[in-house]
Every structure is written in structure tokens, then in C-alpha cells.
Design a protein around this ligand. Sequence first.
Ligand SMILES: Cc1cc2nc3c(=O)[nH]c(=O)nc-3n(C[C@H](O)[C@H](O)[C@H](O)COP(=O)(O)O)c2cc1C
Length: 212
Amino acid sequence: MHPTEFTASFHQELEKLFLWRRDVRHFRTEPLPEELLDKLLNYAWMAPSVGLSEPWRFMRVDTPKYKHAIYEEFKRCNQEARNRYTSEKAEHYAKLKLAGLDDAPHHIAVFSEHNPEQGHGVGRQTMPETTLYSTVMAIFSFWLAARSYGVGVGWVSILDPQKVCAILETPKNWKFVAYLCVGYPKTLDDTPELERLGWEKRNLTHKKWFRI
Ligand SMILES: Cc1cc2nc3c(=O)[nH]c(=O)nc-3n(C[C@H](O)[C@H](O)[C@H](O)COP(=O)(O)O)c2cc1C
């Protein structure tokens, strides 16, 4: 069997991985082994990137003062977001847990380097935003690999990117993409939490090929 051939049982497992990958907001507090975190970073590094630019920058946020500052910034943004809803929707929003910043043992901020030297601009002359897309690919690789090792990932975007960069003192050419909560999940589910809580449901209307 050629190394690039995959078995039917692998495909079943792969489908299971996709079905059970969740955005996690409730974590057990014990930390992951360092070797596992390194392994997940390796998976991120296997992602495709425009012109092989590998623009992603993964930052472990371990120091309590920085974690605390990000959590406070999340609470501020979340309150502002909640204020934009009215009546029942606002009440419902307030009940959602939209980040595991309080219990996740690992906080990982992900940035994308703007116009990196690496790749010499190939593929991004007309679409400079493709460096950001590349970084998202790396995040998704990390996310799926994490799930396969029993690790949960929660993406937090309820943050002001400029404030995040200021808090974390990042270089000027790093653009904030995601703040990830990482750890062992408290529970597992095959249905998105927002669907289970009645906020939104999956919609198959556009699940088709548009053709021309
Ligand atoms: C770009 C992006 C930003 C997200 N930001 C948040 C967030 O700030 N808070 C949150 O609770 N979930 C966030 N999510 C998770 C989505 O709500 C979640 O993926 C969606 O509800 C589907 O659930 P699932 O990931 O469990 O399938 C984000 C997901 C993506 C891809």
C-alpha cells in the first residue's frame, strides 16, 4: 500500500473527527503535557500558506497579568456586544458562555505577519489578505489535530484587535487573528453549543453546488 493511500476505516475515523470537532468553552483546568502542545504546533505548521510564506505566529499567553488583561477586555467587549441586542435576544445572549478564558489551562493568541519576507510575495500581489487566510488554515489544522488528541479548542473573537496587540505588546506588523482557549473539554458533543442552546442552528439551504 502506498503511503498516500488511506483505508476505509481511516475515513470513518476522519469523519468522526470532523463530526465531533467542537468550539469548546468549558474546560478542565489541568494543563496539557508540553510535548502534546508542541505536537499540535507541528500540525499547525503543516498548513498550506500563500507562497509558502507561513505567516502565522502562535503566542502562548502564560503570564497571569496578561491572561487577566485579555479576560477583562473580553468581558468589556462582550458587554458591549450584548448591549446591541434588545429584549429576549439580549437576555439569551447574556446566558451564553462565549469563551473559556476563565478555566482553559492554555491561552494561545494567533497573529499573522503582514507582508512577511518569506514567500517573496508569491500569490499575494493582488490579494494581500491571503496571508490571513493562510493563518486561519494553520489554526484549523491545530484545531482538528487537537480534537484527535482529546483536546478542545475555543476561538475567542469578542476582543478588540488593537487592544489585544497593545496588551500583548506584539510587533507592529503582526495582525491579530484569533485568541484560542485550549485544554481538555469538560464534555463532548456532536452538536454545536449555540445550536443546543437555541441561539442558531445549522442551515443546509446553501449546502449545494452553485453552478455556471
Ligand atoms: C472566526 C471564528 C470566531 C469565533 N468566535 C467565537 C467567540 O468569540 N466566542 C465563541 O463562543 N465562539 C466563537 N466561535 C465558535 C463558533 O461560534 C462555532 O464554531 C459555531 O457556533 C459552530 O460550533 P462548532 O464549532 O462547535 O461546530 C468562533 C468561530 C470562528 C470560526
